[in-house]
Design a protein around this ligand. Structure first.
Ligand SMILES: Cc1ncc(COP(=O)(O)O)c(C=O)c1O
Length: 388
């Protein structure tokens, strides 16, 4: 009766069940910035009540005033963007689905990075598209392997890049970007660059703060959104910037407009408020960045006392990866932390890290929660080590 776009097995896994049974006191997996004690300017949402929002005059690509505000925001990254080449969506997730509709017929494929954001598999499947993983190697600083990419099947239509990647925090290296552009031009692939975390540099690295929206040699769709750039996921507004060879971009935009027009999914009040939200939201962005940096420093100080644990350097983003001794399996370790210590962390396999011994922590929690959660994680690891 139901399509295979939706998984037939939807029951919660062991970790989700354990969390549902007893909410952890120290949740080091939070990804919702509105639930971590970040200070938001009290009047930030006032422009949503603009009387102009009472009138409904939709534009399939998004209201010009909103697209112009997005274009202005790219100047922070030193990129000049044509508002005519921007399409608004309700979220980055929706932007992915629009782009998969635009680029791939049912059954065709897109290449997605691994380890990375676990939603790609579902987003592709819901569109009837195959997500084929390409691997970022830890021993190679999470660099792309253009030679492996070149071996991709003939029905690949696009390559997804997450810049910086979630959760490794790695940026696409400029040399890899160049190699990929040559390959994509040769194979007729489009690039889909997810830059939702570009505003959050931590350790930085080659490629940091270099947006894919400068790409002109190959059809490129660069994405960002309010959920990360100003910490307002509940407002549901994201964007796609299309760049590349002129004729091809215009053809893509006409078709993308057709897709967007069938939904008209972005609400008018948030579009009208966008210029103010992007301006005033800078305070939220700065608070989130300061939080992530402070928590990373806390983690590094604490982990320095336990040489068996290494904190992998995050170039940017809201997460950090820990390599821990694989004395017990990741899932058992995460369950033990939940049951014994009331701490929630992600197991590496959630993001498709190969092998065992990887934990992923969010850098968003309030500093006391984070420090105590980290203390408990490290103590648990030290205890297991002493027992082994
Ligand atoms: C890499 C990446 N892209 C996109 C998203 C989702 O963004 P949005 O809320 O705009 O759909 C997330 C959410 O965590 C993410 O990690």
């Amino acid at each position: 009766m139901f399509s295979r776009r939706v998984p037939s097995e939807l029951s919660p896994n062991r970790i989700a069940s354990a969390r549902a049974a007893a909410a952890p006191r120290f949740d080091l997996t939070v990804s919702n910035p509105t639930a971590c004690g970040i200070a938001y300017p009290p009047g930030l949402l006032a422009p949503l009540a603009e009387p102009a929002g009472l009138e409904y005059r939709p534009h399939p690509r998004g209201l010009p005033v909103a697209r112009e505000a997005v274009a202005r925001d790219y100047l922070r990254h030193g990129v000049t963007v044509d508002p005519g080449r921007i399409v608004l969506t309700a979220s980055t997730s929706e932007a992915y689905t629009f782009l998969f509709k635009l680029l791939a017929d049912p059954g065709e494929a897109v290449l997605v990075p691994t380890p990375s954001y676990p939603l790609f598999e579902h987003l592709a499947r819901i569109e009837g598209v195959r997500a084929i993983p390409y691997y970022l190697g830890r021993d190679a600083d999470w660099r792309l392997d253009p030679e492996a990419l070149a071996r991709a099947p003939g029905d690949v239509r696009a390559v997804v890049l997450v810049h910086p990647n979630n959760p490794t925090g790695s940026f696409v290296h400029p040399d890899d970007r160049e190699a990929l552009c040559v390959l994509a031009a040769d194979r007729g692939w489009a690039l889909i660059a997810d830059e939702v975390f570009l505003d959050y540099p931590l350790d930085g690295g080659p490629g940091a703060d270099c947006s894919f929206a400068i790409n002109q040699t190959v059809l490129t769709f660069t994405m960002g959104g309010l959920s990360k750039s100003v910490g307002l996921p509940q407002l549901k507004l994201a964007w796609i910037v299309a760049t590349g060879p002129g004729e091809r971009v215009l053809a893509a935009l006409d078709r993308l407009e057709f897709v967007a027009d069938t939904f008209l999914s972005v609400a008018t009040p948030v579009q009208l408020a966008l210029p103010t939200l992007l301006r005033e939201g800078a305070a939220v962005r700065e608070a989130i960045l300061a939080r992530c940096r402070a928590n990373l420093a806390t983690l590094r100080r604490a982990a320095a006392n336990l040489p068996a644990v290494s904190v992998l350097s995050p170039g940017g983003g809201w997460s950090v990866v820990l390599r821990v001794p694989a004395i017990v399996g990741e899932e058992d370790m995460v369950l033990e932390l939940l049951h014994e210590d009331s701490v929630a962390v992600h197991p590496g396999y959630f993001f498709d890290f190969p092998g065992e011994g990887t934990l992923v922590l969010s850098l968003l929690p309030d500093p006391d929660t984070f420090a105590e959660g980290v203390r408990r994680v490290l103590l648990r690891i030290a205890t297991n080590l002493a027992r082994s």
